[in-house]
Ligand binder design. Structure first.
Ligand SMILES: [Zn+2]
Length: 399
């Protein structure tokens, strides 16, 4: 059934993830029409209720890669459905540095998938183009292919934006290029959010980029030199720029908890959790071959590393839910604060005036979950008022 079909009013009960109190949500036609206090003194079986998760950086999932020649609209739809199972109600397929033709191909397929299915269209908040206008320097460039890294080129970007159906909403680029400021200004004018990432820019270049409208840092602390001057450097500068939001990969492998804590303190209210997951996310543990990294190993714990150099990560292989769980267990902030960093805050970054979350007038993108020994387990995902995932354990329960 498609989301567009007529839906009747429905009631969803749960424990508000912010207050810890029971609430009843009345959903009408995909929108939260009202929220009322629920029955108190409820049983332990009542699940938590929270807004759906939003992931700004999804390169792939369960074997599907947005940057691959085999991508097709059906795979995009299947990935959308797979992500619903992890509590995600909106995500940003991430197209990375590649040949101009491959980037065009990925963008056109994602656009087709959105045009073909309203489920997909409503679940894709926009496309994140990460590259190719990033640093060519080893370290900051990360795993991006050096052959395709290039200076910011507005004419090329406009072509890609047209092919994408105007769906590119975030571009990760480096302000170290002399063309960067002009390019950022044009992005801002055209409603594209500029995020600084994979950069070896000087602090002054970062400041200049922010002054013309760059709004975010991409996975701050990763895609960086292994060794940096203690200060000044591009990480301090981005932390200090109050107008910059930041995304972080809080999977427990990409950043130590101490760094997550300091970044949270510096960016509170503007820190967004991402998975940056590759096609290995959602796959069983074991050895794999990666087009970028060669032979890689996915451990039982979710760490993806190079087979020959186990100390080197080969990307991310966990869901945003896993990152939320790690951040919660790191003990840096409370459940509502952690959850908002992966739901309400990304929604507000993209649409500052929008209503999103457990409040009247918000789209009914909702997750029901339980928390056992500080481990979050998704029980139900509701997208635009429709149940799109139910944990198989729940089939005969009344949750
Ligand atoms: Zn990256």
């Amino acid at each position: 059934m498609d989301i567009n079909h007529v839906m009747r009013k429905q009631l969803v009960q749960g424990i508000d993830y912010r207050s810890g109190k029971a609430v009843n949500l009345i959903i009408d036609n995909g929108i939260i029409e009202n929220i009322r206090p629920g029955k108190t003194g409820g049983s332990a079986d009542i699940p938590y209720i929270a807004p759906g998760l939003i992931d700004f950086q999804v390169n792939g999932y369960m074997g599907m890669d947005f940057n691959n020649k085999t991508l097709n609209p059906e795979l995009v739809k299947k990935t959308t459905e797979d992500l619903w199972k992890t509590g995600i109600t909106k995500y940003f397929p991430t197209v990375i540095t590649n040949s101009a033709d491959q980037i065009s191909y990925s963008l056109s397929v994602i656009n087709k998938a959105c045009s073909a299915s309203s489920d997909v269209e409503r679940s894709i908040g926009g496309i994140h183009l990460e590259g190719p206008f990033i640093s060519s320097v080893e370290g900051p460039r990360g795993a991006h292919n050096a052959n395709f890294v290039t200076a910011p080129d507005w004419t090329q970007f406009k072509k890609w934006q047209k092919i994408s159906g105007n769906r590119i909403k975030i571009i990760t680029m480096s302000p170290e290029w002399h063309q960067a400021l002009d390019f950022i200004k044009k992005c801002v004018k055209n409603g594209v959010n500029v995020s600084i990432g994979h950069t070896s820019a000087t602090p002054q270049q970062i400041k200049d980029a922010v002054s013309v409208g760059a709004r975010m840092s991409t996975h701050l602390g990763n895609g960086a030199h292994l060794m940096l001057p203690r200060h000044p450097n591009y990480i301090w500068e981005q932390l200090a720029q109050d107008d910059l939001w930041t995304t972080v990969i809080s999977d427990g492998f990409h950043l130590p908890d101490s760094v997550l804590k300091v970044m949270y303190r510096a960016k509170s209210g503007k820190m967004i959790l991402i998975s940056d997951c590759t096609k290995f996310a959602g796959m069983p543990a074991g050895p794999y071959h990666s087009e970028i990294g060669g032979n890689v190993i996915l451990s039982e714990s979710g760490r993806l590393y190079m087979a020959e150099k186990p100390e080197l990560l080969a990307g991310s292989a966990v869901s945003l839910m896993f990152c939320v769980n790690h951040m919660l267990n790191a003990g840096i902030c409370s459940l509502p604060q952690v959850w908002d960093m992966a739901s309400v805050l990304p929604a507000h970054f993209i649409e500052p005036d929008s209503i999103y979350g457990l409040q009247k007038g918000s789209v009914a993108d909702i997750v029901l979950f339980r928390l056992i020994d500080k481990k979050i387990e998704i029980l139900k995902t509701i997208k635009n008022g429709r149940i799109v995932y139910e944990n198989p354990e729940l089939i005969n329960s009344d949750i």
